[in-house]
Ligand binder design. Sequence first.
Ligand code: KET
Length: 462
Amino acid sequence: MASSMLSLGSTALLPREINKDKLKLGNSGSNPFLKAKSIGRVTMTVSVKPSRFEGITMAPPDPILGVSEAFKADTDDMKLNLGVGAYRTEELQPYVLNVVKKAENLMLERGDNKEYLPIEGLAAFNKATAELLFGAGHPVIKEQKVATIQGLSGTGSLRLAAALIERYFPGAKVVISSPTWGNHKNIFNDAKVPWSEYRYYDPKTIGLDFEGMIADIKEAPEGSFILLHGCAHNPTGIDPTPEQWVKIADVIQEKNHIPFFDVAYQGFASGSLDEDAASVRLFAERGMEFFVAQSYSKNLGLYAERIGAINVVCSSADAATRVKSQLKRIARPMYSNPPVHGARIVANVVGDATMFSEWKAEMEMMAGRIKTVRQKLYDSLVSKDKSGKDWSFILKQIGMFSFTGLNKAQSDNMTNKWHVYMTKDGRISLAGLSLAKCEYLADAIIDSYHNALLYWETPIEL
Ligand code: KET
């Protein structure tokens, strides 16, 4: 695209290079980028300069966040946004937790200031977040073996860890589940950390390919980072059983791998913060060294506050101190220091017994609403679909999502014909569904499943 500039005799409006050249109006000479035009008595000099950004092509929309943009542009009354994993009320409105409003009021009353935080974030937040993860009084905390720094939510925290891996474990691979949250691959690509995949989802059983998972983790080069979803695996909603977690820990330990947990849904899988941290705590009990990225987007509804943390569990307090110093060194040139608002909310809620129990009740309420729509969607599918297809996988999945198994063509039909917005890997966010819309969604799924394509193929990955 070429830029053009009009001058009506005032050189102040011209770009600097043109100004400098003291170009004569009405005479472009031999400069190929300048053209003179005469309109009546005013002579205009038009500079047609190729953009320096000519080589930059249009980026594709984000496979998850781009769905919300498309949803906004749709004017149909029946439209439904099941794309992004964001909790909505039964009225399909965003939900600000009461306990968050309470904590914010408290902050206003106290007149908290807006000074810069230290690079590692708010101390009270870092303490609270590690305690929520491991349990207050856990030996790794008491012995100061955890390096915790506040991050820009889950994504920013994962990105800090990726930068640490790139710097201190050159060439080491991160091995991620197939499929996974689409942004994992972007994060490691941008950090220049090589990655590969381990088998996770079996489309035949619509369940976990546990044998494949174990075999691939065994196969990975010794000392690889194994990325694990702490609970409520995204996008499949399929988690290993407690017994399977033990075997996963065994093989990771055998191969000297370093576990790397992404915990974005603590409290959202079961409704209990402790139950959802069981996988992480199992690894901590074994004295292993590992990473855990945390997010408060979902469980405290703080999506836009960008509040989370990266924790590195080390085998000594001394190692933790050094790791923390390097995480700070990575953060400083990236964003200097993190935002304070969300950190104060978390610290206030967790630090006050009444607010903490109110949070737990609201989290149970949110997790409960999702379970209720999951059940109603299943019931609607079973009563409407006469083909005999087994829809019970929907009830076996947990967390915010259901991985429907719909392929790209079927997902396109959901959107184009039914105005149901979802990611093209067949994932639907049940957090964006209401009881009132379950029957409509069931009709859309049944139509897309049976009519959009004649075969049920492996869903694509984002
Ligand atoms: N990990 C996982 C597994 C995850 O699903 C998300 C967000 C994040 C980390 C990061 O969230 P943050 O807000 O940076 O703390 N997932 C939803 C939103 C998104 O894609 O950004 C989603 O899958 O819809």
